[in-house]
Each structure stands twice: as C-alpha cells, then as structure tokens.
Design a protein around this ligand. Structure first.
Ligand SMILES: Nc1nc2c(c(=O)[nH]1)N[C@@H](CN(C=O)c1ccc(C(=O)N[C@@H](CCC(=O)O)C(=O)O)cc1)CN2
Length: 292
C-alpha cells in the first residue's frame, strides 16, 4: 500500500549525485589545467547554526576535491575589519569563491559586505551585480544556491515548467526573489507573496508549484494545496519538542502530503542542495578563470 513516500523528492540523494559529478569535474580541472578550485568561507561571531553550516561547507568542499579556507572573526568585529579581509580574498588569485555566512552581527551592514565581494568570486550570488544579471534574465552570473537547488529538484519531477502557475511564499533577496525570477525564466506564471499579501492561502490554492520560503514553521496547510501540486519546502525552523528540538519546514507536511503530487521533506530536501549548488558555483568560478 502506498503511504506517500513515493511522493518524496529526495534532496539528500540528488545532492550526493551532484557532489560526485562536481568532484570528477574538479579533479579534471586540476589534472588538465593545474587549477585547484578554492572556496573562502568567512564567519563572523558564534551563531551555533551558522557554525554548523560553515563546517558542512568546509567538509563538503574538501570531499569534492576542492580546497577550502575558513576565516572566523569575533562577534564584535567591525565592518571595516570584515571589508579588509574581503579585499584580501578578492586580491588573492588562489581563491576562486568567497562567501560570508549569514546572518552577520548587527553592527555590520549586510549589503555593504555582500557588495564588497568581487562579483566573479561571489559564489553565493548575492552581489548586486549578480542579482541584477538574474533579474534581467542573463545567465552569465552566479545564481543563489538555495533557489538553484529548488529549481533542480523541481525539474527532476517536472522537466518542463513552461505554462505552470507558481507561487513563491516569501520575498527575501536570498530565496524568494531569485526563485521567482528563475521560475519566470522557465516559463512559469509567478505570484510572489509577502508580509502585506491579503490572502496567501488563496494565492497558493491556484498554484501548480508551491515554493514555501517564509521562515514560518508549518505555515502552508493542507487545504491551501491544489490537488496534484508540487511543493518545495525551503523552511528550516527549529522547534522545541518534548525530547529537545527538531527542524521543521514552512509546510505542515503531514497535512499537505495527501494533496501534493510531489513534496520535499525537511530535513533532507532543499537544505542539502544549497551546499551542493555552492560547490557547483565554486567549480564554475574556478573554471571561468581559464577564460579570464
Ligand atoms: N552565505 C550564506 N548564508 C546563508 C545561506 C546561504 O546560502 N549563504 N543559507 C542559509 C544557511 N545554509 C547555508 O548557509 C544552509 C541551511 C541548511 C542546510 C541544510 O542542509 N539543512 C538540513 C538540516 C540541517 C539541520 O538539521 O540543522 C536539511 O534541510 O536537510 C544547508 C545550508 C542561511 N545562511
């Protein structure tokens, strides 16, 4: 008997395959051209979740046959100190990709820091130049890793998205906005909901594709889902349980599962794709130095 598990989009397995392919390509780039793709990861402060993600990125980079350099600044570091470090990494030809783990402490202006990274090393795709390239439909910049991973998972179950009605719940610069632009470029008709949207449920009910990226645990309910919709859950929310805590998405998974044709779980859905796409962007950044 079917229990819904056949509907699960396994991001962990997809990411593992992608990482294996990237490893082969990284080895080839090194063997043929002597280029060792290198990612600099910068963290400011002691946020425990950020520390976990940074460790995962460093490990994944090395497992993919690439080099990682980690820089950790104290929580009271100034914006100037961070900008000085970024300038040094920008100027270092052995570094191909740079990322600053978000969030940064409140004394540091996030956008000033993101825009200080050289666009050709901006493997997070957050620099205003890369955001602009995506916004005007140019694919010669870096695309943010989480939306890129969502698109790959979506296309693994629906290769052509043309004509689909999509809703993106959440309009952040890191996920919602770039996701909407990617979907539009794939031929979807896209609605982006945000804090002022009057009726998010009604917008969602019309959608063939639902991207939940609001940062609100269990926001998307079963009766929001059009039968047969594909649901991609970007949420990573830590909630308290009797045993301690666990991670849940923005989708009320058990309610939504019966209505959806396919759905990403949390954990094990979009999250692992974020890191795999970061490796892919780093490989592309290194490869681009061949033609620079
Ligand atoms: N500079 C950046 N900062 C942040 C980004 C980013 O893309 N660039 N995204 C998030 C955090 N993040 C990567 O940095 C990230 C979040 C979650 C996962 C992941 O694999 N999650 C697992 C669950 C993990 C857990 O149990 O804690 C999953 O969903 O299966 C990877 C990367 C904010 N900051």
């Amino acid at each position: 008997m079917e229990n819904g598990s056949e509907k699960l989009i396994n991001g962990r397995a997809f990411a593992a395959r992608l990482r294996r392919d990237i490893r082969e390509e990284a080895h080839a780039l090194h063997a043929q051209h002597g280029i060792l793709p290198t990612l600099a990861v910068v963290m400011v402060g002691e946020d425990p979740a950020s520390a976990v993600y940074v460790r995962s990125k460093v490990r994944a980079t090395e497992e993919a046959g690439m080099r990682s350099v980690a820089h950790h600044l104290p929580g009271d570091a100034t914006e100037e100190e961070l900008l000085t470090l970024i300038a040094a990494l920008n100027a270092d030809p052995s570094v191909h990709g740079i990322l600053v783990q978000l969030p940064v402490p409140q004394q540091i202006r996030r956008d000033a820091v993101l825009d200080a990274i050289a666009p050709e090393k901006d493997v997070d795709g957050f620099h205003i130049v890369n955001a602009g390239r995506l916004a005007v439909g140019r694919r010669d910049g870096f695309v943010p890793c989480t939306p890129l991973g969502c698109l790959m998972l979506l296309k693994s179950v629906l290769p052509s998205l043309a004509g689909q009605q999509a809703v993106v719940i959440g309009a952040s610069n890191i996920v919602g906005r770039p996701m909407a632009q990617l979907l539009q470029q794939e031929g979807c008709t896209v609605t982006v909901t945000h804090l002022k949207t009057r009726d998010v449920a009604a917008e969602t009910r019309r959608a063939d594709i639902v991207i939940a990226a609001a940062g609100h645990a269990g926001l998307v309910r079963g009766d929001w889902i059009k039968p047969g919709a594909i649901v991609i859950d970007v949420g990573i929310n830590r909630v308290q349980t009797e045993e301690g805590s666990r991670i849940v998405g923005d989708v009320a998974f058990d309610e939504v599962l019966p209505h959806a044709a396919a759905i990403t779980p949390v954990p094990g859905g979009v999250g692992p794709m974020t890191i795999a796409c970061l490796l892919q962007n780093t490989l592309h950044a290194a490869r681009k130095t061949l033609s620079a």
